[in-house]
Design a protein around this ligand. Sequence first.
Ligand SMILES: NC(=O)c1ccc[n+]([C@@H]2O[C@H](COP(=O)([O-])OP(=O)(O)OC[C@H]3O[C@@H](n4cnc5c(N)ncnc54)[C@H](OP(=O)(O)O)[C@@H]3O)[C@@H](O)[C@H]2O)c1
Length: 363
Amino acid sequence: MNEREAMARALDLAWRGWGRVQPNPLVGAVVLAAGEAVGEGWHAEYGERHAEPAALEQAGERTRGATLLVTLEPCAHYGRQPPCTDIITTSGIRRVVAAMADPNPIAAGGADRLRAAGVEVEIGLLGQAAGSQNASFLHRVRDPSRPFVGLKLATSLDGRIADSEGSSRWISGEEARAYVHWLRAGFDAIAAGGRTVRADDPSLTVRGSLQPRVAPRRVVFTESADLDRGLTVVRTTGDTPTTVIASTTAPAARLRELEASGVTVLLADDLEAALRSLRQAGVMSLLVEGGGKLAGALLARGLVDRYHWVQSPLWLGEGGVPAVSGLPDTAIANVERWEVAERRPLGGDTLLVMDRRPCSPAW
Ligand SMILES: NC(=O)c1ccc[n+]([C@@H]2O[C@H](COP(=O)([O-])OP(=O)(O)OC[C@H]3O[C@@H](n4cnc5c(N)ncnc54)[C@H](OP(=O)(O)O)[C@@H]3O)[C@@H](O)[C@H]2O)c1
């Protein structure tokens, strides 16, 4: 195994913390000695052991003179855990390769500390992949004005998210649904537009094999606040909290009724203000699951960072609900091209994950 392969392995290991470590970053580590991976570790639980000590412990005596590959620059500060730099320097590791520098000013400086202790340090191997894996964490550190926004839609080949009767059930298959439950587990909140909530009565909860450390709250974007108290997201707010973001012009009686049901009501007159208030309420990452009007409004304002597109091999026709409505016309010469982060089959469907701009570890 070479260093690049070991870093790719460390990136794979880091995913094991998905749903369990946020708002901390996903981190994986591999100890490489004479071309062999002798220790592996990952940050598994928020506030608990970091990836580096886990990998070093597994490597035992074989850390002497070895190389540590880690997906994020080792931390140099006392947080909930002691600084990884101290553990590395006492372990006998000779060289550290980190995929990206730590953008968090509180934890940064690890590379300098290691170099000062005589350890060789290189930063940047598979940096783009590491930035993409931690896109939400990078966003949190760099842009505290709003949450990281992911958009997930399951569409037909002709770009519809529901048939002409408004039914969207089972556009995509079993694997795609399992993926969505896994995806939800890594977000602080899951959102939908008012029309989707009235049409589908979704639960917007995580019901897959991965249990998130904190269940994501549900968010409904509605201008009218026209949400019946029998709808699942209203009725079950005691189990999984629901926040409704309504317009200031929504009828006060409806808002009072929602509050009486235990729902948190936030008022905002545009999407920017809505996202700001969610961030202030502690939501650092938001997964919007449609429908087409809400998706189009967010995209038109440049408020989507990542698009998880599940494309299903079927046609729904002219009368179906468009996946994205209301986007302004753009001449090809002026289009913004999105960056593909991932492309793979999900059973009979296809997943494409795209970023609005590259998740560069160094902006
Ligand atoms: N296949 C999929 O992945 C998928 C996912 C979701 C939904 N769907 C389907 O999509 C259909 C509903 O989609 P839709 O496009 O008609 O509606 P939608 O996007 O779900 O909801 C639109 C509503 O969102 C609220 N909203 C708040 N701020 C907004 C803003 N700035 N711009 C636009 N809307 C805003 C308004 O709610 P109020 O009306 O309450 O004021 C508006 O009427 C359903 O048939 C559902 O089954 C499919």
